[in-house]
Ligand binder design. Structure first.
Ligand code: FRU
Length: 629
């Protein structure tokens, strides 16, 4: 260290010690409650977290009726990581802790620390390079996304107090280009009405709600066991940075006392010059209208018994899409996220195409046939940005509720998929949605490595083809398989961990196989394989055979596939994005999208191109780009 730096370092240490010297922290117990009082606090108390521990309840006690308890897995035996607990600006603060045994590690000397600077250092090997993640804590659904004044606002379901679902807040990040995300302070915090569940935001251009033209208005679900699920509103007059909750909340309750009533999506419907809201109401979607975003009137319901059954709908969205290249042909599309009910178990996004008459949505195809927006296992809660004009940009959360809470990361858990541009295409007289990666993502392309065009019969290995890219790259290729045969590629590392992506023309499938992709054990659970289940008359699932065996199945180590008939021609364009712990495949510009998590213990650095049975297939235009911010 140079003399100058060592001098600065000494000054910093003295400053910290001085601050600490003025601060006192004292812990006492009253019955079941631990009371921590801090005089002259710094900004944060660092809480040690043990993921396997039961939840304790923690309250920053300001003696106000809005004081909200948080559920936090405070360390009892060991510390997995720390989270910051904000202390406010008072000179003296009291924190109450309930449900923590007196001998818990958290309460031992030196376990609780104070700091002014919470700066999480990335300790997660699997943190993506170019996908959005929070810097720490748990994230599920991207929600409330809105574009305004050159910024894309991404709000998301966020637990700042641990890397497991709980304490739902709306986290916040902004981007000017959908690639580089800046993390901002939490936008909407859990409160006494409950968790802040998913919802949506709009720009109120005409000041219909009375908070000024162009205020951002957020509608979200407040959820608690006491109040159930009700819809609430909050407004922001500082470009989405901070929100004030509407004093008249909730603005909408279920008329029939339904327990699952959530995830409001609001949009302006010009033909009627009013706001519409769709809400998922267990197994159907309900439409409501309003002129001021506060008073809502029930209009109609949609979707009971449709698509994949049995299912529960969550996070619906309703968008008007044009046929690619034919902007005058438009249809309405209802995106519904279902959990369970996905084609490979657990969570997935299905959609319906049809016409909207201002009251009812009519599906133009057979509504009992599910169409999937993505054929992977880790694509959920997908909704679109509002206020993006003719463009429709969707963003999926990249996980599956079957194992989302136990994937092998620590400091953060949860990432969003790449933003996708939605459009329609017509195939065999049916409309489908294509979900192609947003063109902005090309901004991330750095060095490019080209593999030679080749006719391959058997296999060709390209050792170290992606070695310099450290698990963060895009691979594009045009593949023409032999009629009725298999042609594909394998991404692999020196440990034999691999992900296979292939086109099986005999089966008519595009396949991604992650059975040997790396860490997969966390996907094990006792259960019945989905193929062993049937659905009875009441829509309940039960085993086909009475003498079924409960066996261990792995929900993660599996193969996902999409029907190739959705594509055209005999040459397929593949665009594959790998980012530390995910693979996203787009075929023929989004006609097929497939998103899967992977946890290789070393980055995949080699590529193998192969065909089945020594049949010839043509591989052309193979480019591998290093992607970085
Ligand atoms: C979907 C979901 C939503 C709910 C949110 C809670 O993943 O279950 O229905 O609002 O997550 O975090």
């Amino acid at each position: 260290m140079t003399t100058r730096y060592s001098f600065l370092f000494t000054l910093m240490v003295i400053a910290c010690l001085t601050a600490l010297a003025q601060t006192t922290m004292c812990t006492t117990r009253q019955g079941d409650t631990t009371i921590i009082t801090i005089e002259q606090p710094l900004r944060y108390l660092l809480l040690p977290i043990e993921e396997a521990a039961g939840e304790a309840r923690v309250l920053l006690d300001t003696q106000q009726k809005d004081d909200t308890w948080m559920d936090i897995r405070l360390a009892r035996k060991k510390t997995d990581y720390y989270v910051p607990f904000a202390l406010g600006k008072e000179r003296s603060v009291t924190i109450r802790v309930l449900g923590l045994p007196h001998d818990a590690l958290t309460l031992k000397d030196g376990q609780l620390a104070l700091t002014d600077h919470w700066n999480p250092i990335n300790t997660d090997y699997y943190r993506p390079v170019y996908h959005h993640t929070p810097s720490y804590g748990w994230m599920n659904d991207a929600n409330g996304m809105v574009y305004k004044d050159g910024e894309y606002h991404l709000y998301y379901q966020y637990n700042p107090y641990g890397s497991i679902w709980g304490n739902m807040h709306w986290g916040h990040a902004v981007s000017k280009d959908l690639c580089h995300w800046e993390e901002l302070p939490t936008a909407i915090c859990r409160d006494t009405l409950g968790h802040i569940f998913s919802g949506s935001s709009v720009v109120d251009k005409n000041n219909t709600a009375g908070y000024g033209p162009n205020a951002i208005i957020a509608l979200y679900t407040s959820a608690s066991s006491r109040n159930g699920q009700v819809q609430c509103m909050a407004y922001s007059t500082d470009n989405g940075r901070t929100f004030t909750k509407y004093e008249g909340n909730p603005v909408l309750r279920p008329f029939d006392g339904l327990r699952d009533f959530r995830d409001p999506k609001v949009f302006w419907y010009e033909p009627k010059a009013c706001w519409f809201m769709i809400v998922s109401a267990d197994k159907e979607i309900r439409f409501y209208t309003s002129t001021n975003l506060k008073n809502w009137k029930y209009l109609s319901s949609f979707g009971k018994g449709y698509g994949a059954q049995p299912c529960q709908y969550e996070c619906p969205d309703f968008v008007e899409l044009a046929v690619k290249g034919q902007p005058d042909i438009k249809k309405y599309v209802m995106l519904m996220n279902v959990n369970p009910g996905g084609p490979f178990g657990g969570s997935a996004t299905e959609y319906f195409v049809g016409d909207f008459d201002g009251t009812n949505f009519h599906v133009t195809d057979d509504p009992h046939v599910a169409k999937w927006l993505d054929y992977g296992k880790d694509h959920y809660a997908t909704v679109c940005f509002s206020n993006t004009g003719e463009r429709v940009i969707a963003l999926p959360w990249m996980s599956n509720w079957q194992y989302a809470n136990i994937t092998p990361t620590r400091q953060h858990r949860g990432a969003n998929g790449l933003p996708r541009e939605l459009s329609l295409y017509l195939k065999d007289r049916h409309y489908y949605v294509s979900a192609d990666v947003a063109p902005e993502i090309r901004l991330l392309r750095k060095e490019c490595h080209t593999l030679p065009d080749a006719v391959i019969a058997g296999e060709s290995r390209y050792t170290d083809a992606t070695a310099d890219y450290q698990g963060s790259f895009e691979l594009e290729a045009d593949i023409t398989p032999h009629k009725n045969k298999v042609a594909g590629l394998e991404l692999y590392n020196d440990l034999g961990e691999r992900c296979l992506i292939y086109l099986d023309l005999k089966a008519g499938q595009a396949v991604m196989d992650r059975t040997e992709s790396g860490i997969t054990e966390f996907g094990h659970r006792a259960g019945i394989h989905p193929a062993e289940l049937i659905t009875d008359k009441d829509g309940k699932q039960r085993p086909k055979h009475l003498d079924y065996d409960i066996k261990y199945i792995n929900e993660f180590a599996m193969t996902t596939w999409a029907p190739l008939r959705l594509c055209e021609g005999k040459t397929f364009h593949l665009d594959i994005f790998v980012d530390k712990c995910s693979v996203e495949l787009f075929i023929d510009h989004g006609r097929i999208a497939m998103t899967n998590l992977i946890f290789p213990t070393q980055p995949y650095r080699h590529v193998r191109l192969y065909t089945s049975d020594h049949d010839e297939a043509q591989f052309k235009n193979i480019r591998i780009y290093h992607l970085s911010l």
